[in-house]
Design a protein around this ligand. Sequence first.
Ligand SMILES: [Fe+2]
Length: 459
Amino acid sequence: MTTIDDAGEVVATNPYLAGNFAPVADEVTAFELPVIGELPKELNGRYLRNGPNPIDAVDPATHHWFMGDGMVHGVRLRDGRADWYRNRYVGSTAVSRHRGEPDIPGPNWNDNPIGPNTNVGGFAGHIWATVEAGGCPVELTDELETVGRNDFFGTLPGAFTAHPKFDPATGEMHAMVYAWAQWLDHIQYVVVGPDGRVRRTVDIPLGMTMLHDMSLTSRYAVVFDQPCTVDIDVALAGRFPFRWNPGYGNRVGLLPRDGEADDIVWVDVPIGYAFHPMNAYDTVDGKVVIDLCNYDSMFDRHVLGPFAPGVTARLERWELDPQRRTASITVVDESSNEFPRCAGSVSAATYRYGYCASPVYDLSSGWPTIKHDLETGERTVFDHGSGRAAGEPVFVARADGVAEDDGWLVTFVHDLGAGSAEFVVIDAQDFARGYVARVPLPQRVPFGFHGNWVADPSV
Ligand SMILES: [Fe+2]
């Protein structure tokens, strides 16, 4: 039973060190994995997912899930086979120190001992593990070994994010980044070209909000300036530094993609906190639509955050009018929706389908996968079964597919009773079909954050 004191600190059993939040001890490599069902032969590449996995003993009184060393779990698919499963720590000062090895190469401008623990994916022909709040991206090999910290080949001024947005029209990667330990008075908008080099930055004066994600449309880069802010006293005590701060207000900034900070149009929105938008786009009449998973509050009574008792996000549609500076908000789905994704081809553009996980504190009911048809309002649920919790659903398009949802959803499913994990493939157009394929993995995969499909280069 978890006990949380009035200050919101965990004082008894720390849930982030127990059950499927607990770290795994070993880095495993397993070849020729068993497959239940049939893996699509077209799926040639790697599903990679990052998450925290503390390498050193931590203090249960203060440890927070978001603060663990990064570990990437990956499954390599080729020609209908599951060639391998691997899990590897993301290289860092702490991991090197634990192993008695020299630190990994590359800039560590905020002297952060922890490696990126939040996202992993491919860009510009390289694989990047990423984190917010100042840590440098870490480059990995195709087999998940650490190459070193990589500041986009010397072009990144000093911070990145775990939630860049990709523009399929330009091949660019856009990011809204912050580094509260170094930059007390501003954040930065960063555009990385398809060659993996930063081509543009804009400093934006802003307070010390928890800037977890951003949105992108064809006209705007979107800033979420929300009431989760750094509490310096808490930070200096070495604890998870963000706290609920409703007096801060809540607003969304629309930065014209070629504009400067003074060009931002700010729109006030109701108090709440969203970690993740699903997608965003411009309308023909000049408005901006943002679909996101929104909480009433975050790190308020429960420092546990998004997995605290009774804390879930609902899926909302925000329609912002930059002229009138107003927001019209519609609840799309009241039930738990998190880790929202859409097809990469419709990123920053009008779209129809979104996909979410549905985490709840009581794990026994399982976490289904939800598909939203945002045109008709139809909501389709893939039930993974009692005690089986599915993570972020990553959409992989069929190579010759035309329809937006013609492809697969891939993710890890955690079987809480068995203490095991599977990599699964679902037909995004046909949930009723059941699993297309399941790949039982050789060890438990702890709950983690974000991942991506990294397709093999086309030959
Ligand atoms: Fe995230």
